[in-house]
Design a protein around this ligand. Sequence first.
Ligand SMILES: [Zn+2]
Length: 213
Amino acid sequence: MKVTEETRPRYPAIGNNIALDFTNTVDWHASDRPQDRIGSYSDLIGWALQAGSLTREQATYLIDAQKVRPDEAATALETARGLREAIYRLVLAATTKRSPMATDLESLNRVLREGFLRLKVTAMQEAFGLQWADDDVLMRPLWPVAWAAAQLLTSLDLTRVKQCASVDGCGWLFLDRSKNLSRRWCDMRACGNTAKSRRHRKRQESEGGAGAT
Ligand SMILES: [Zn+2]
């Protein structure tokens, strides 16, 4: 079965982690023809809304704000892409036991620092919670991503992070929550299915070949 746009969602939510899902907004990330699904600041907001890191009200506010501050939106978009690739490389470095690049750590830490300046403890119904200050900074969607990446990189969960086993360069990252660490694919309906069809075709070919001799 050929993988079509229908089987590859625009914003996949397969990573079990918001930082990993953010890196998965580049389709075919491990191939020589990666496709960026975040083409504009509005796309970034659309992704954050789907990921649940912005409320609809916050998203609407930021969409309106970017119209009057296009330069700030362009900077936020550029920073978002830089952060995304930095997280992608840092996670891959960890999973393949390579040294991380200092520039990638700095890209992450820069956004993390900015977000921390706006992190606050708020009173909830019967407890306290952590919230990002509700201001109109257009970098707002990046703070939860940087925070999630920092937590992942410094936790034991990092040993459960895998990259889709696709030989076509899918490249999507996910946290394997299966008991026996057996998950191999981003999604069985996408790359898992493609691999299954490929194995089936090969088997048929070899059986056909054997019958011909
Ligand atoms: Zn895949």
